[in-house]
Design a protein around this ligand. Structure first.
Ligand SMILES: [Zn+2]
Length: 418
């Protein structure tokens, strides 16, 4: 992605007040404001109004800070995603093979993901963290706020017992040792139904309540996962057998994502990652649980060619749905705005203001850090992502093109420009 930071737009600057004019100001749920002037005084939005004659309008779209609710920065060194050929367990086999031979330090790969995300205008990310706490270099998240969900994979309570003290360490120390001025929050990620024993999940939810830590779990992602839960058969059963961790008592058949949603329900906050195959019954249950949000990852979803995601039915029912990139293991880059553009291309009847919250304010709320992405209104601290619009023959791209196709570069984030 040809993204670059351009820190040189011209603003009128007088002391601690800056006034600048932009092509669009976009806030979730509000009609886009075109050719609009913002006055920022001492880091606070003092005035928003129409441009005056003679104002130089910057080819910029100003939006609340971008948020990527779900990613795996550990894969950020990959130049292209792993092939989705075959079954989903085949894809997992490719991930496991790569993990066995990758030589670059994990912290270096995370650093690359953080840098790429910042370049794409992301201010807050929900990152899945693997490896041990002792081996984690928290300075890798320098310059970005993040909820670090430590991943737990344990198909037996005994295996989990071996990870417990490490998890306590993570939960006790991550927030306290933030290496930058951006907050880091400790979270817990039971990986998925096919890698976590139900009793382990119960313990993790208890820990989440004890530490008031948010949770994130991959759920209802594939048809193969549904088959494993419902019938105890299929490619996942074969994979677990091959790995020597199969236990038919854990997957006797007759299980359903609903039981897992109900197990997650007591957690103070939880992201249900993907939810591609959640039923109408699951969706009406989620609609009654505002602290549970679904993270739809549009390009990852397309990579695996799943049937259309039910995010519109979810939103209609009142479920909180936000977007994530997932990692570079399923996605060519970490631009959350490109996820939004894909949604708008696939659903041309939606306006950007209908969906912008899924990558800004709503996503920050889902991660439990709503203060990090707020609508841009008078009286609020000035925090924004500025997207530079590419030029075209008519001078600047139209709103539809911006929303669906435009190759954007990020001009800056929050106060770095004013
Ligand atoms: Zn994921």
């Amino acid at each position: 992605m040809p993204a670059s930071v351009d820190a040189s737009p011209s603003f009128e600057d007088s002391g601690d007040t800056s006034r600048f004019c932009v092509r669009w100001l976009l806030n979730p749920g509000q009609v886009p404001q075109e050719n609009c002037c913002l006055t920022i005084t001492a880091g606070v939005v003092e005035k928003i109004g129409a441009c005056r004659a003679g104002d130089r309008i910057q080819p910029l779209a100003v939006i609340p800070p971008l948020v990527n609710a779900h990613t795996h920065f550990e894969f950020s060194s990959l130049q292209q995603p792993f092939s989705a050929a075959g079954t989903f367990p085949d894809w997992i086999g490719r991930v496991l093979a790569w993990r066995g031979q990758v030589t670059q330090e994990q912290s270096e790969r995370i650093r690359a993901g953080v840098q790429e995300s910042r370049t794409a205008g992301v201010r807050l990310a929900g990152d899945i963290l693997t490896g041990s706490h002792a081996a984690t270099d928290l300075s890798a998240w320098q310059g970005i706020a993040a909820v670090l969900f430590r991943e737990v994979i344990a198909l037996t309570p005994e295996r989990f017992a071996g990870q417990l003290s490490d998890l306590h360490q993570h939960l006790r120390t991550v927030s306290a040792s933030a290496a930058s001025n951006e907050p880091l929050v400790a979270g817990i990620s039971p990986h998925a139904p096919y890698t976590v024993h139900p009793q382990v999940l119960e313990k993790l939810v208890r820990l989440s309540c004890q530490y008031h830590a948010p949770m994130a779990m991959h759920l209802a992602e594939t048809a193969e996962e549904q088959e494993l839960l419902q019938r105890g058969t299929g490619p996942f059963a074969a994979l677990l057998q091959r790995l020597g961790v199969w236990d038919s008592r854990v997957f006797p058949g007759g299980r359903d994502p609903q039981e897992i949603l109900e197990q997650l329900q007591p957690a103070p906050r939880c992201l249900v990652i993907h939810g591609n195959y959640l039923s109408d019954g699951n969706i009406s249950y989620l609609a009654r649980q505002p602290h549970l949000s679904v993270v739809y990852c549009p390009r990852t979803h397309a990579w695996f060619q799943h049937p259309p995601h039910p995010f519109r039915r979810m939103r209609q029912a009142g479920v909180s749905v936000v977007l994530g990139t997932d990692g570079r293991s399923t996605n060519p880059d970490l631009s959350i705005f490109r996820e939004l553009q894909l949604v708008l291309r696939q659903h041309p009847d939606l306006n950007i203001q209908d969906v912008l919250g899924m990558v800004t304010t709503g996503a920050a709320e889902a991660l439990g850090l709503p203060e990090l992405s707020q609508p841009i209104v008078v009286g609020r601290p000035w925090r924004a992502t500025l997207l530079r619009l590419p030029a075209c023959s008519s001078g600047s791209v139209g709103l539809n093109e911006f929303c669906q196709d435009a190759e954007l570069t990020v001009s800056g984030v929050d106060s770095t420009l004013v």
